[in-house]
Design a protein around this ligand. Sequence first.
Ligand SMILES: CC(C)(COP(=O)(O)OP(=O)(O)OC[C@H]1O[C@@H](n2cnc3c(N)ncnc32)[C@H](O)[C@@H]1OP(=O)(O)O)[C@@H](O)C(=O)NCCC(=O)NCCS
Length: 194
Amino acid sequence: MSPVVEFETARLWLRQPVEADIPTRVEIPRDPEENRMYGGDGSPKTFSPDEVRAKLSALTAGNSAVSRSWILAAKVWPDSTAISQPQGRYIGHITIFDIDPDHRNARLRMGIYDRRFWSRGYGREAVRRILQHTFDDLNLHRVALRVAAYNVRAIRSYASCGFVVEGRERESLWLDDRWWDDLWMGILDSELKR
Ligand SMILES: CC(C)(COP(=O)(O)OP(=O)(O)OC[C@H]1O[C@@H](n2cnc3c(N)ncnc32)[C@H](O)[C@@H]1OP(=O)(O)O)[C@@H](O)C(=O)NCCC(=O)NCCS
């Protein structure tokens, strides 16, 4: 089991959790739209500091040979103003999981909790760096993810990194009195737009 290496990109640190992440997460306004992007009903739950602490522990617990997570910590606000927290502002997470070294594949999930950081390229910046690590350092060949078909922001962000739609899971989500599909997207090591 190798340690989870931390990374720095233009506007992010991809790092392990620190104590200062707990109050930051508690204060991020709960967002109905974010909740819906995961198939929720638009009623997000609020977190206590203890719940955030437990979530952060769970995120980084376990065997790094099969799952690796990083906190997305912004160095700057979207308007380029510096963030005052020395270890960056906790805005989300990214995880590579189900790592299968025999067939050299894995799955990816991520989320930016603070909508002030959406659609400003932070997501693709994180995905590109973690895929680079996954292909170059972990020697994997393929990464897949599942996304609600109505989550156009996520689909577009993933596509900009090189993911392509590989399949459609029909009528797998029940929301607003109707069915919605999920999409499966995948990327091969040769397809990463670095
Ligand atoms: C999905 C997520 C990680 C993407 O990260 P991001 O930093 O917001 O996305 P990016 O800025 O990299 O890319 C978003 C793209 O979608 C586009 N977009 C945003 N809203 C859109 C809309 N309604 N219709 C079409 N395109 C849209 C943006 O313009 C941008 O594309 P462009 O730069 O080519 O113009 C982030 O938005 C998020 O966490 N959202 C909430 C939770 C979630 O959806 N998690 C993923 C579950 S699979």
